[in-house]
Each structure stands twice: as structure tokens, then as C-alpha cells.
Design a protein around this ligand. Structure first.
Ligand code: NAD
Length: 478
């Protein structure tokens, strides 16, 4: 396997030598080997990046261009991303362990996001005339919020980064982008795509680093807005960090999404999206369907059918044809997931299938796709985000109880309801407190508003709602 290493950071429109010689060693979860290195930015690099973004915002042409002019650059970034999809997908597969088809689907999402961002100006009024009582008249002007810190996790960084950077740029903001230290190579390729589009210097700056340096970035007085994707624990801390300066903030956080299956839902139409919705990217998806709520008398029918479907899933080296489930992204992820499996067993949940490391795959960070049945709402495995291929099947007695269970976590990001007819499923879906929900399907739609209720986040990304998160509103009165 050969994926490129990097020795420079992208700051102020140039590839610059980092302030320190600290390197991120990229460990492949396929075999635990170091496969590339990327410089690790430190506080000084972050200060340089923020200064470049500040200058580009305060003095540069970017916020002063028309939205249509900016859109041309965004379309160019989209073209440059498309050109790099094969290389980004290969890097992502090697550094995070996502099977090739998952990698390609993630990067295709990035293409869609840049397409969406580059057309936002066609369906959004940056300015409008307003009149009000007693002859009041004015113009409402939507202006970029300023220098934006975008911070993302490792589980789909090109797509997650694109979902933030695209709308931020469309709004006229400048960006300091801090990807996670796990799996930074595909992100460096995104930096190259952005560079190739020829944006003015300092409009986007890329500084891969860990938490402490991320903390320095969010606390920086010259950062006007933080747009964060990651765990709820980190989101809470970051929100507290910007509180003193009333910093603008958007948060896309964790999830524990429920699928409700009614007594009349035909399993053959439930299974395809239910299985993929729970296991895609080895369950390392914030919107994953991880709690399956089923009438008690249908539990055995469902778990038997799910276990049979899991038998058909090829687990193994994600570079091999037909593999649908690769390793978890890192050793600490594997340890965490195996620990939750142990906790589930101790809590009295029943392992239907899986429950350990697959035979013959002891070298990388693999975990068998695992189904727990007889899971009750008070168990930790039912409440906490596991972020792995572990599914909790929870029996219920009535639809009211199913709705209560679905709503009984601190999260509210995604979900699904399966019933014989769409109208019944939709009436149940309306009762679930969650940001996106499928009716007889499951999907993660990233070109429409995406985000969470409750502790799954604050604000929405995607489309004009995502653009709005990077704008301030000013009323000019006559
Ligand atoms: P994490 O929160 O530990 O880290 C995410 C990113 O934030 C990393 O870049 C990390 O370096 C940085 N970070 C952590 N603490 C920070 C701090 N105090 N200040 C500044 N930066 C900080 O999350 P993780 O475990 O790496 O990623 C998995 C989590 O991300 C899961 O909980 C998952 O649900 C969530 N996620 C959410 C979405 C969504 O859109 N809602 C999408 C993908 C992942």
C-alpha cells in the first residue's frame, strides 16, 4: 500500500514549513503499520493560520466578491475534488479502513456538497427589501460572520469538511480547517484541491492536529465562528470555551438513532436499509441506526432475519473486492467497542451473532458485526454511542412505548420508521425528536438540512440552512 506523505501545512495560500518537526504517524487499521506521515500543527501554526484567515477576511477580496463570483471558485473546487476522488478513496481506505465502496460513496457525497455549495446563491437572497408598519423601509443584508474554525473527526473527513467549508466560503467567510490526526491524508488531498482552484491567499488554511491544539484554535480571540463535528463530550467543552466571547457556534455531535418496526412492516423491505444503516463504515457513522425497536412478538423473526443477512456480509481487508465491513479506524476504537460488547453481556443482553474479533483477522482492528437482543432502555449499550458495528434490538409492547424508547436518549440525530404503509410510518416519525428520519427507508441526506435535536447538536448543515449558519443579519433603515 502506498499513500502519500506530506511535510508542509497549507497556510496563507502556500505550503509552508511547520513551526515544529512534530509528525502525525498514520497507522493503517488494516494491519497496524505506519503508512504515511503528515505534519502536526502546533499553537504557533494555528496562530499563523488564524492571522492569514483574519487578513483575508478583513482586507482581502473574498468577502467583498459577489456570491456569484465566489460560486465560480466553489464549482472549481468541486471539479478538483472529483479529479481526486480515486486517490482520496484509496487513501481513506488505507488510513481508516473503510471498504472501497464506502470510501467512494463518501467522496461522492463530497462532490454533491460542492455542487450544492456552488449553487446556493441561485436560491438564497443575500439581500432583500423590507417594509413595515408606519411606512418603515429598509434593506436586510446578510453578511459573512468572519473567520471560521472548522473542526472535524476522522470518520469521513473529506465529506464532513466539505459540508462546512463549502457553505462557509459561499457566505464569504474565511476558514481555518483542523482535521483530526487519525486519517489526515485524504484531507491533505482536499487542501490540494482547494489550492488548485486558486482562491485568494488565506481564504482556506489547513492545520491537522489533536485536541489541545484544537482547543487553542477555538479559544482564539480572532476566530468569529466555530463549526464543529465530533463527540458530544467535545462539543460541550468547545461550547463552553467560546461562551466568554459569545462566539458563534454550530455543533454536529453524536447519535443513538432508533429504527421503529411496526407489527405489520414486511421484513423484506426493512432489511436492506436497516442492515446498511447500522453497519455502514463499520458503524462509525454518527447517524447510524443502532437501536432497533420491534414488537416483542416479532423479535425472534427479526433477529433471525438480521443474523442471516449478517452472514452474507464479507468482513475483511477493505481493499478486497466484495468486502463490506473493514476494521475499526484505530486500536482505541476497537478497544472501546469490545468493551461495550463486554458491558452488554454483563448487563444481561443476549448476543445473537458476533460478539468478538473475527477469526483470522487478529492483526488489524476488526470487530465482528454484533447483534444484541432483549436490550432494555436502561442498559448502557442502549443509551451510549458505541460507534462500531454493534446493534441493539429492543422489544416493545405498544407504539406509544416504542416512541418513548426512541426518544429516551440524550441524542436526536437520525432514525427510521418501517410500517406497511407510509402514512402510518410518517405519523410515528413525526413523534420522534430527531433531525432527519426515514419513512420505510434510511438515508443520511447531506444536501438537505442535517443536524441534531437535543445533545446531537446545534444548528443545521447543508443547503440554505447550512449557509445561514455562516451569516450575520443586518438591517439598514431609511
Ligand atoms: P472527538 O470529539 O474526540 O474529536 C473530533 C475532532 O475534534 C477531532 O479533530 C479532535 O481533535 C477535535 N477536538 C476534540 N476535543 C477538542 C477540543 N476540546 N477543542 C477543539 N477540538 C477538539 O470525536 P471522535 O471520537 O474523534 O469522533 C467520533 C465522534 O464524532 C462521534 O461521537 C460521532 O457521532 C461524531 N460525529 C458526528 C457527526 C455529525 O454530523 N453529527 C458526524 C461524524 C461524527
Amino acid at each position: 500500500m502506498s499513500i502519500p506523505s506530506y511535510d508542509k501545512l497549507f497556510i496563507g495560500g502556500e505550503w509552508v514549513t511547520p513551526a515544529s518537526d512534530r509528525l502525525i504517524e498514520v497507522v493503517s487499521p488494516i494491519n497496524g503499520q505506519v503508512i504515511a506521515t503528515v505534519p502536526e500543527a502546533n499553537e504557533e501554526d494555528v496562530d499563523r493560520a488564524v492571522a492569514a484567515a483574519r487578513k483575508a477576511f478583513d482586507e482581502g477580496p473574498w468577502p467583498r466578491m459577489s456570491p456569484a463570483e465566489r460560486a465560480e471558485y466553489l464549482a472549481r473546487i468541486g471539479d478538483e475534488v472529483v479529479r481526486r476522488i480515486p486517490a482520496m478513496s484509496e487513501a481513506f481506505t488505507n488510513e481508516i479502513g473503510a471498504p472501497a465502496m464506502v470510501s467512494e460513496a463518501f467522496h461522492d457525497n463530497a462532490r454533491k456538497m460542492w455542487g450544492d455549495s456552488s449553487t446556493l446563491h441561485e436560491r438564497f437572497e443575500f439581500e432583500e427589501e423590507r417594509t413595515w408598519a408606519d411606512g418603515g423601509r429598509g434593506r436586510l443584508v446578510r453578511e459573512p460572520v468572519g473567520v471560521t474554525a472548522t473542526i472535524i473527526p476522522w470518520n469521513g473527513p473529506v465529506a464532513t469538511g466539505s459540508l462546512k467549508i463549502g457553505p462557509a466560503l459561499a457566505a464569504g467567510c474565511t476558514v481555518v480547517f483542523k482535521p483530526a490526526p487519525e486519517g489526515p491524508v485524504s484531507v491533505m488531498m482536499l487542501a490540494e484541491a482547494i489550492e488548485a482552484a486558486g482562491l485568494p491567499p488565506g481564504v482556506v488554511n489547513v492545520v491537522p492536529a489533536g485536541r489541545e491544539v484544537g482547543q487553542h484554535l477555538v479559544e482564539h480571540k480572532d476566530v468569529d465562528k466555530v463549526s464543529f463535528t465530533g463527540s458530544t463530550a467535545a462539543g460541550r467543552k468547545i461550547m463552553a470555551s467560546v461562551a466568554d466571547r459569545i462566539g458563534r457556534i454550530s455543533l454536529e455531535l453524536g447519535g443513538k438513532s432508533a429504527a421503529i418496526i411496526t407489527d405489520d412492516a414486511p421484513l423484506e423491505s426493512v432489511l436492506p436499509t436497516l442492515v446498511f444503516g447500522g453497519l455502514g463504515n463499520s458503524g462509525q457513522v454518527c447517524a447510524a441506526l443502532t437501536r432497533i425497536l420491534v414488537p416483542r412478538e416479532r423479535q425472534e423473526e427479526l433477529v433471525t432475519a438480521m443474523a442471516a443477512a449478517y452472514q452474507d456480509i464479507k468482513v475483511g481487508d477493505p481493499r478486497e473486492d466484495g468486502v463490506m465491513l473493514g476494521p475499526l479506524a484505530a486500536k482505541r476504537q476497537q478497544d472501546r467497542v469490545l468493551d461495550y460488547i463486554r458491558i452488554g453481556k454483563e448487563e444481561g443482553a443476549r448476543v445473537v451473532t458476533g460478539g468478538g474479533v473475527p477469526e483470522g483477522l487478529e492483526q488489524g482492528y476488526y470487530v465482528e458485526p454484533t447483534i444484541f437482543a432483549d436490550v432494555s432502555p436502561d442498559m448502557r449499550i442502549a443509551k451510549e454511542e458505541i460507534f462500531g458495528p454493534v446493534i441493539c434490538v429492543m422489544p416493545y409492547e405498544s407504539i406509544d412505548e416504542a416512541v418513548d424508547i426512541a426518544n429516551a436518549t440524550e441524542y436526536g440525530l437520525s432514525g427510521a420508521v418501517y410500517a406497511k404503509d407510509d402514512a402510518t410510518a410518517e405519523s410515528i416519525a413525526r413523534r420522534i425528536r430527531t433531525g432527519q428520519i426515514g419513512v420505510n427507508t434510511w438515508a443520511m441526506c447531506v444536501t438537505q438540512p442535517f443536524g441534531g435535536y437535543k445533545q446531537s447538536g446545534l444548528g443545521r448543515e447543508g443547503n440554505v440552512e447550512g449557509l445561514g449558519a455562516f451569516l450575520e443579519t443586518k438591517l439598514i433603515m431609511y
